[in-house]
Design a binder for this molecule. Structure first.
Ligand code: ATP
Length: 372
């Protein structure tokens, strides 16, 4: 039975459709990340799961039970907000126990649960403090702890790391991963940060304009993006996408050609795909500078900028009239102004239909086909 199932969820605000027909199901104990750019409908979706906003259409099931008509408190889900929403006048201890005391839980039981959670989140020494006497990371842990004392069926989190600096963000991610393992509960986590998704999620739903573009494990989303949108959203820098034309040559190989682009791919037999407008996708780490007389698949252009990241370098090149990023160990061997040839291995080439943006598969035995 799915822990959380969304069945044809739609939410409109007047003329705006914030969420358009979203269906997905998470297994128990999944760490589900709802990922997408600002305005794609992530928060609206999470608020509907929490019961803070009714859907215009569709059903929400928790552990197989239809909770769509139920108010938040009857769903047994815990929401952790971006701004923590702690009570400023209460101590950490009372903030943690607040949810239980309004449910008239006994004092001893509250103390036991609060101590348990404080221990798990390393808050024991802070129990007497007020929220304003805590750091951002500590407040974050109190907000989580307050959700945890209730032992809910799932945790719903809206950008909980967005107020933390880079270093604290990284360490809080590790804490959330180990917490998820210890609690053995479903997490649903909203973010626009693809690193959050890659590092913490067991499943990612990538949203665009209120629809799911792709739903899968983080590696699937990174290695086989279902659309040019997903490809361009994941990775830093994201996948390079270059307009090109697809055809077959006299040896029946697939040829992708465009300004500065000449990539031929193994392809035996099958139907002739004919000329087709595509986007050629290559990740920055899959482009390698090679000598100009290289004969294999390559992009040709000029180096604009080389950025030093310490252990790696990122070079920005001009290929035709497109910007292309390359990423590699330092020194990458490129200097601004250089003419450059960048090799790519056929297995690292992604193709997308230019008009729809959907991924094309090009098995060696087949003509490219749209992924269903
Ligand atoms: P962000 O990352 O910026 O928080 P988001 O992906 O969470 O974005 P939502 O907040 O879910 O996006 O908003 C989705 C769309 O719905 C946006 O176009 C937004 O303007 C619209 N929207 C959200 N809430 C309301 C509302 N109460 N009234 C009208 N439009 C709304």
């Amino acid at each position: 039975m799915a822990a959380i199932e969304l069945d044809g969820i739609v939410r409109r605000f007047g003329d705006t459709t914030a969420v358009a027909d979203v269906s997905l199901a998470t297994e128990r104990n999944e760490f589900l990340v709802l990922l997408g750019p600002s305005g794609c409908g992530k928060t609206t979706l999470l608020r509907m799961i929490a019961g803070l906003l009714p859907p215009s259409d569709g059903r929400i099931l928790v552990d197989g039970r239809d909770v769509t008509p139920l108010p938040p408190r009857e769903r047994d889900l815990a929401m952790v907000f971006q701004n923590y929403a702690l009570y400023p006048h209460l101590s950490v201890e009372r903030n943690l126990g607040f949810g239980l005391s309004v449910r008239r839980t006994g004092r001893e039981e509250i103390r036991r649960r609060v101590d348990e959670v404080a221990e798990l989140l390393d808050l024991g020494h802070l129990l007497r403090r007020r929220p304003k006497e805590l750091s951002g990371g500590q407040r974050q842990r109190v907000a989580l702890g307050r959700a945890m004392v209730r032992d809910p069926r799932a945790f719903l989190m809206d950008e909980p790391l967005s107020n933390l600096d880079t270093k604290l963000r990284a360490s809080t991610r590790s804490q959330l991963i180990s917490l998820h393992r210890k609690l053995d509960t479903t997490f649903v986590y909203v973010t626009h940060d693809q690193i959050d998704a890659m590092t913490m999620a067991t499943k990612v739903a990538v949203l665009n304009h209120g629809r799911i573009e792709q739903f899968g494990a983080p590696v699937e989303i990174y290695d086989e993006p279902a659309s040019a949108f997903v490809a361009g959203f994941m990775g830093a820098p994201p996948m390079n996408l270059l307009p090109a034309e697809l055809s077959t040559d006299h040896d029946d190989r697939l040829v992708v050609r465009g300004p500065g682009v000449a990539v031929s791919l193994p392809h035996r037999g099958g139907t002739d795909p004919g000329a087709r407008l595509v986007l050629l996708g290559v990740r920055p780490e899959h482009l390698v500078p090679v000598p100009a007389d290289h004969t294999g698949p390559a992009l040709r252009g000029r180096v604009d900028i080389v950025e030093n990241l310490g252990n790696e370098e990122i070079a920005e090149c001009q290929i035709g009239n497109q910007r292309v990023s390359i990423r590699g160990s330092r020194p990458i061997g490129l200097a601004p102004g250089d003419a450059t040839t960048l090799a790519v291995r056929p297995e690292h080439v992604h193709l997308f239909a230019r008009q729809s943006g959907r991924r094309l598969v090009w098995e060696p035995e087949q003509a490219p086909a749209l992924v269903p």
